[in-house]
Design a protein around this ligand. Structure first.
Ligand code: EPZ
Length: 426
């Protein structure tokens, strides 16, 4: 298994070009199942999760072609779908596989998708996806670990008025896609409005879907009998952008983020500015600068967009561990998302987790390098940030987590002066 070795304590200085967002790309790829024309996606990141989604779609019968056009794109062709089953072996690797459920039932009237099971950051049930589909007339059975869903007689889901009891990104995306081909109008209330959801809405509209309320918590979808093909560019990854901005801050350096929108990161920018980091918008992104800054802690709480993203909590926690004063971090989205804390403590951080949902951080003068491992993607990135800030050498194990969400991680950090290398082991 590969490891990442970091010689820390070097302030980052340079530019990072942000890749396409993994969490936008995955639902966009699932949307190909809604049409028998081709969907061309540009700016897809090269990541393990994208490979997993490609494998899932291919086993359903989607044909994929690469083109060099506009810096590279993938063309998805769902004309000949022959298999409506998403098998356990793929779904257990990546929960976003659930996103094929809505499109398959909507277009083919049937789907069999493995239940994803729990995950390192929480139990992560899928009940809201299922109850929304039931409201749209689907018959849903759970058998031998699989969700088996049938559209009502006639093979078409029916529009419905659905209020999600809790904001769910994947649930909103899944049901939004299903609703585009349903009979009649669907209203999704308390819908997620993350930029990745909006990117999906924009692509569906290009495919001929009738959706209003874009970017808000209420989406109104008038179902149509068929969608057509489209060409779409995946939105930039705001979580990747925030991660590099926080890496600049944690190392007391300066990084120019190119290609990401500061608008998508208002809550993160606000928290960093509160701590004393300078954030300046540029024509192509923004600059995070913490050189010679007097930094002090702040309190954050993770919330659905536009609140502070849970996917940046681990990286923010690692940064806060290095600044003066105390900070309170409250995680309100997932019940078990402090798995990075014990590892940060091994690096000299002073953090106490108050179960179930908060952590008190008292900044320390310096973290020290250590051998660490994390249980999920963002926790791993938190440890990379801590390693970049720490004195000495940090080895981050289980790099496969990072490979799920950070394209060209070592190259991007090396270009900013970091001493970081991947060590491949059998
Ligand atoms: C998406 O996961 C992201 N994944 C996650 O990013 C992100 O952390 C999360 O949204 C929250 O922003 C992708 O977009 C592929 P949810 P998702 O449904 O859709 C509960 C990363 O690191 N819930 O918004 O699975 C759930 O347990 C990943 O890139 C139910 O109770 O998250 C959680 O507590 C990790 N029932 C909350 O809602 C349901 O049916 C929000 O989950 C669905 C969700």
């Amino acid at each position: 298994m590969d490891k990442i070795k970091i010689h820390g304590g070097i302030p980052l200085d340079g530019k990072v070009r942000i890749s396409g967002a993994k969490n936008a790309a995955l639902p966009l790829m699932a949307a190909t199942l809604l049409t028998d024309e081709t969907l061309t996606l540009k700016n897809l990141p090269s990541l393990a999760d994208i490979t997993t989604m490609t494998a899932l779609l291919a086993q359903h019968g989607v044909k994929l072609t690469m083109t060099d056009e506009d810096g590279g794109a993938l063309i998805f062709d769902s004309r000949h779908i022959f298999n409506l089953k998403a098998p356990y072996d793929i779904v257990r690797k990546m929960r976003a596989s659930m996103l094929v459920l809505g499109p398959l039932v909507a277009r083919y009237g049937k789907a069999k998708v493995s239940l994803p099971g729990g995950c390192a950051i929480g139990t992560r049930p899928v009940d809201m996806h299922l109850s929304a589909l039931q409201k749209m007339g689907a018959d849903i059975q759970i058998k031998e670990g699989y969700i088996i869903a049938y559209a009502p007689a006639g093979g078409r889901l029916r529009g419905a008025d659905i209020t999600f009891p809790k904001v769910t990104v994947g649930g909103t995306e899944d049901i939004l896609m299903a609703a585009t081909l349903a009979d009649g109008q669907t209203i999704l209330r308390n819908a997620a409005c993350e930029p990745e959801v909006t990117d999906l809405v924009e692509c569906l509209v290009k495919m001929g879907a009738d959706i209003s309320g874009i970017g808000s918590n209420t989406l109104v979808i008038n179902g149509t009998e068929r969608l057509h093909g489209a060409v779409h560019r995946v939105v930039a990854d705001r979580i990747e952008a925030a991660s590099y901005a926080l890496a600049a801050a944690a190392t007391r350096g300066r990084v120019e983020i190119v290609g990401a929108s500061l608008n998508h990161l208002a809550a993160v920018a606000r928290a960093m500015i509160d701590c004393g980091v300078s954030i300046t918008e540029t024509e192509t992104g923004f600059i995070a600068d913490a050189r010679d800054a007097y930094l002090i802690g702040t309190d954050i709480m993770t919330e659905p967009y536009p609140g502070f993203p849970t996917d940046v909590q681990a990286q923010m926690t690692a940064f806060l561990a290095t600044v003066g004063g105390a900070s309170l971090v409250t995680e309100s989205i997932f019940e078990n998302r402090f798995m990075h804390v014990p590892e940060l403590v091994r690096m000299g951080a002073n953090i106490t987790v108050h179960a179930p949902s908060s952590a008190i951080i008292r900044g320390v003068q310096k973290l020290s390098g250590a051998e660490v491992m994390a249980t999920d993607l963002r926790a791993s990135m938190g440890l990379v940030l801590a390693g970049l800030a720490a004195e000495g050498t940090t080895t981050v194990n289980r790099v496969y987590h990072l490979d799920r969400g950070y394209e060209h991680l070592e190259e991007k950090l090396t270009a900013c002066g970091a001493q970081i290398e991947r060590i491949s082991e059998e």
